[in-house]
Structures are given as structure tokens and as C-alpha cells.
Design a protein around this ligand. Structure first.
Ligand code: PLP
Length: 418
């Protein structure tokens, strides 16, 4: 069957025809047959250089052999036990080694569960109710954070979801990114009752937006002064910008960290990590309840360990980050040559062209021409390059991307932007 035929069938069975909103592409999404390295192949016989990379986890590309071997070895021994296993300790040691802000971890299954667990632990630890999040910051699809959230929620223009009673989100305050005054005003107004500030240190779900000089440090100081738990959501940036994520890149020590994506080597995972005094409140050590049948899944842990080993041994970040620098520079040349007035953004192996002026926060991102971006996405697909369709998502490089892939990509950008 063709992608179109599959989608027509899926629409009857799955809301919107898909299992997650960002996958709903008009008139229909391509259905993947298989993927290898930097390429993804659809059931219609097309091949694409992939920069969606499953929205971030695949820093080594699709099916890297070392990770595949580790997964197969684990499958031979079984894939879920419901008991503790050695890999929990091994992976926890790796995380603690690369993230000095983390003393202890709780393994969960998704980034959503990671931020949910971190917020609950922060509230349990401080005994306070409110949290501050950043407008356009996406922390997964749970009630407390689905307010002016990025990712699919932004694309669909429905940042607030039906089905969430206002009482559930009344404790969620919003401030713009890169605006320390707004953050200070919010903490002043509610400082006795703010449990946590949660943010992506580099925003990733409205396209990549970097923190301005000193912004993260000022937030660190402000939260410390007000006994507020600072949660870095590093679901995207963790093990992406470098082994130690954005906190290493910018030299900031949060109190808690949410990890996911790359850490599972492409299999479902999430991590709530933080200082011992906070983490020891999590059940069964403490009274903040958190549990899960699939927590610490042996296959995800094994894939994560293998991924971290390759990242370290092959110094992958140096490679992908310099590829990112080169790609962004060449994209800037194209944008300038054509006088488009667009903005090339990103950091390390993350990149994106905003179809608009400089972007410092969510409101700036919303001003971009997302309709033009969608048309561009379609043309790129026809040229054999798969980018996340939305203006509000980031593109990801992997170590599997070759010089040939980059040349093909640059040519496609040149042709389709012009
Ligand atoms: C920064 C951030 N936090 C949390 C999440 C949620 O992670 P998951 O999709 O694994 O639930 C995402 C997902 O894209 C994310 O980008």
C-alpha cells in the first residue's frame, strides 16, 4: 500500500491518523518502510536525508551497529523483568559522572514523565505549589506544563488543551524567555509559593532559541535567593550539546534535570535527576510518589549505555557540532545571498531557519511565516531532504550524516529557498 492509502485507513482508526500530532503532515505523511544511518526510506520508494531524526534521540543516526548489537544481546536475556538490574546502576553512574548537578536518578519512560516527576519532587521538597515556565517551552504533554507550550501545541495553534481543568494550571505561571525582569516580577509576586522554575536552557520546541549572555546565570541566582528549585529540561540538549548537555556548555548548575531522548539510544526513556536532598523525597525513599511498570527498562538502559559509550569513545560531539557550525554558516550565506531576511539559528548539532527576523522568545517565533515554511518543507521533501514539517521544531544532525548528505542538503536549501 502507498503512504496515501495507509493514511486514509489510519484516519478511521487513529485521531488525526497519527500517534502524535507533529506527525500529521498535509495532505498525508509519508509512511516509513525502514531507516539506516542518515537516511529514511518510505513505502512509496523514496529516500530522504533525515534531519528530523525522530525529533532528537538519534545522534548516532538510525540503527548504529554498536547500539543494535547491545540491544540484541539484551533481547537474548529478556526485555522486562520487574526487578532491579545492574544496568540501572551503570547508567546512573554515567549520568552522575557527566552531570555534576545530579546525585541520584529515577528512570522513567519518557521526557514527559521526567518533567512531571521533577516538578512533583520539587513541590514535595519545597512544600510550595506554583511553578514558573517559559512561554513556548515544551516539557511534554502533562497537565501542569501544557500552557503556552511549544512543539505540536504551537503548530496547531491550540497551546491550551481541552480536558485540563483551569484549577490544574492555575499554579503554572508563564514568563517570556530571555526576560529576567519578567522572571523577577513573577518571583517577587509569588515568592513564598514558588516551588520550581522549569525551562529548556536552549529552547528547542519553537525552533532553537539560545539564552542571551548571562540569562541562565541570573535565573540561577534568582532561584537560589528565593529557595526555588531550578529544573533544567535537558530532554533535547542532554547528551546533544556535549556529554554534559547545556548545563556543561553554559556552566550552570541546576538543582534538578530532566533527561530523555538520546539517553535511551532511540528507545523510550526519561530521567528525573537531581541533588540528593531533593531526590531522596521520591518513593520509596520518601513521600513523593513515582512508579512505573516500565521504569528502568532493560533494553532502553542497554541502548543508552551503548550510545553513551560510542559518544565518548568516538568524540562524536566534536564531529557533529563542527558539522553544525559549517552547515549554519553555509545556510547564512544562502539566506544573505538571496536577501531573504530570514534567521539561521541553532547551536551544536541543532539548526533551523526561522522564516522571520531574529528570534529571542516565543512571541518572536510566532511572528515567523509558518505557512511559507510549510511550503518550503514540502519542496525540501521533494528534493529528498526530510526536515520536521513545522516552523516550530528544530532540525538535528547525527554522526551518520556524511559530507555528501550535507552537499545535497545545501543544494536543496539553495534551490528551494530561492
Ligand atoms: C524539551 C522537552 N521536554 C520534554 C519532552 C517530552 O518528551 P517525550 O516526548 O519523550 O515525552 C520533549 C519532547 O519533545 C522535549 O523536547
Amino acid at each position: 500500500m502507498s503512504s496515501e492509502e495507509f493514511f486514509n485507513e489510519a484516519r478511521e482508526l487513529l485521531p488525526g491518523g497519527v500517534s502524535s500530532p507533529v506527525r500529521a503532515i498535509k495532505p498525508y505523511p509519508f509512511y516509513t518502510a525502514f531507516a539506516r544511518g542518515s537516511k529514511i526510506f518510505d513505502v512509496d520508494g523514496n529516500e530522504y536525508v533525515d534531519y528530523c531524526m525522530a525529533y532528537g534521540p538519534l545522534i548516532l543516526g538510525h540503527n548504529p551497529p554498536a547500539v543494535k548489537r547491545a540491544i540484541v544481546r539484551q533481547l537474548d536475556k529478556g526485555w522486562i523483568y520487574g526487578t532491579p538490574i545492574e544496568q540501572e546502576i551503570s547508567l546512573a553512574k554515567e549520568i552522575v559522572k557527566y552531570y555534576p548537578s545530579i546525585d541520584m536518578v529515577r528512570f522513567v519512560n519518557t521526557g514527559t514523565e521526567a518533567t512531571m516527576g521533577a516538578i512533583r519532587a520539587a513541590r514535595g521538597f519545597t512544600g510550595k505549589d506554583k511553578i514558573i515556565k517559559i512561554e513556548g517551552g515544551f516539557h511534554g504533554a502533562h497537565d501542569a506544563v501544557l500552557v503556552k507550550a511549544g512543539s505540536g501545541a504551537t503548530s496547531l495553534g491550540t497551546p491550551d488543551s481541552l480536558g485540563i481543568p483551569p484549577d490544574f494550571t492555575k499554579h503554572t505561571l508563564q514568563v517570556p524567555f530571555n526576560d529576567i525582569e519578567a522572571m523577577t516580577d513573577a518571583t517577587d509576586a509569588y515568592h513564598h509559593n514558588i516551588a520550581a522554575v522549569i525551562l529548556e536552557p536552549v529552547m528547542g520546541n519553537v525552533g532553537p532559541i539560545l539564552p542571551e549572555e548571562g540569562y541562565l546565570q541570573e535565573i540561577r541566582t534568582l532561584t537560589k535567593e528565593n529557595d526555588i528549585v531550578l529544573i533544567f529540561d535537558e530532554v533535547i540538549t542532554g547528551f546533544r550539546l556535549g556529554m554534559g548537555g547545556a548545563q556543561e556548555w553554559y556552566g550552570i548548575t541546576p538543582d534538578m534535570t530532566a533527561l530523555g531522548k538520546i539517553l535511551g539510544g532511540g528507545l523510550p526513556i526519561g530521567v528525573v535527576g537531581g541533588k540528593k536532598e531533593i531526590m531522596e523525597n521520591i518513593s520509596p525513599a520518601g513521600k513523593v510518589y513515582q512508579a512505573g511498570t516500565f521504569n528502568g527498562n532493560p533494553v532502553s538502559l542497554t541502548a543508552g549505555l551503548a550510545t553513551i559509550e560510542v559518544l565518548h569513545r568516538k568524540k562524536i560531539h566534536q564531529k557533529v557540532n563542527s558539522m553544525g557550525d559549517e552547515l549554519r554558516a553555509r545556510l547564512r550565506d544562502i539566506v544573505d545571498d538571496h536577501g531573504l531576511g530570514y534567521t539561521v539559528a541553532g547551536i551544536g548539532s541543532i539548526f533551523k531557519i526561522f522564516f522571520g527576523d531574529e528570534v529571542h522568545n516565543y512571541q518572536d517565533a510566532l511572528k515567523c511565516d509558518s505557512k511559507a515554511h510549510l511550503g518550503f518543507f514540502g519542496r525540501m521533501l521533494k528534493s529528498g531532504v526530510f526536515l520536521p514539517p513545522s516552523q516550530f521544531e528544530s532540525n538535528f544532525l547525527s554522526s551518520a550524516h556524511s559530507t555528501g548528505d550535507i552537499e545535497k542538503t545545501i543544494n536543496a536549501y539553495e534551490a528551494n529557498l530561492a
